[in-house]
Ligand binder design. Structure first.
Ligand SMILES: [Zn+2]
Length: 135
């Protein structure tokens, strides 16, 4: 009689000389541990067992996607700048940028505020149509 046994490891690379941590019964457990250790791969082992002998070992690497919640924690810097008069301001939260633009466009009719996002990689990048998206 043949049966299949599956378990999971957290590992730091797909190289032969890699650090592995485990085993874990579920993918979720292995993934949690991998994220804690800063590892970017999971390894799924499948053992095909016949009469208590391992007949075949299969292993499949799975690359973890960057954690969306870690990404969201990186503070963004937003810059609002009026295209009409050049007044500008920096913000850490999108709603503050919106409030600033609302007040500015209210106090100065027909002024148009543009929004820029500052990231370390790209520098300043305009977020086009942001006011329309909020409306
Ligand atoms: Zn202005």
């Amino acid at each position: 009689m043949i049966y299949k046994e599956t378990f999971w490891m957290a590992c730091d690379s797909t190289e032969q000389l890699r650090a592995e941590h485990g085993p874990f019964q579920t993918r979720a457990e292995a993934e949690r541990q991998a994220r804690k250790l800063g590892f970017s791969y999971l390894l799924r082992y499948e053992h095909l067992i016949e009469n208590q002998d391992i007949r075949e070992v299969r292993c499949i690497f799975i690359e973890l996607q960057p954690n969306p919640s870690t990404r969201a924690k990186i503070p963004r810097r937003l810059h609002t700048r009026c295209a009409t008069c050049g007044a500008s301001c920096a913000h850490t939260q999108a709603w503050r940028a919106e409030v600033w633009a609302d007040i500015h466009e209210f106090e100065h009719s027909r002024h148009r505020v543009r929004l820029f996002e500052q990231t370390r990689a790209d520098g300043l990048k305009e977020i086009a149509g942001w006011r329309d998206a909020c409306a």
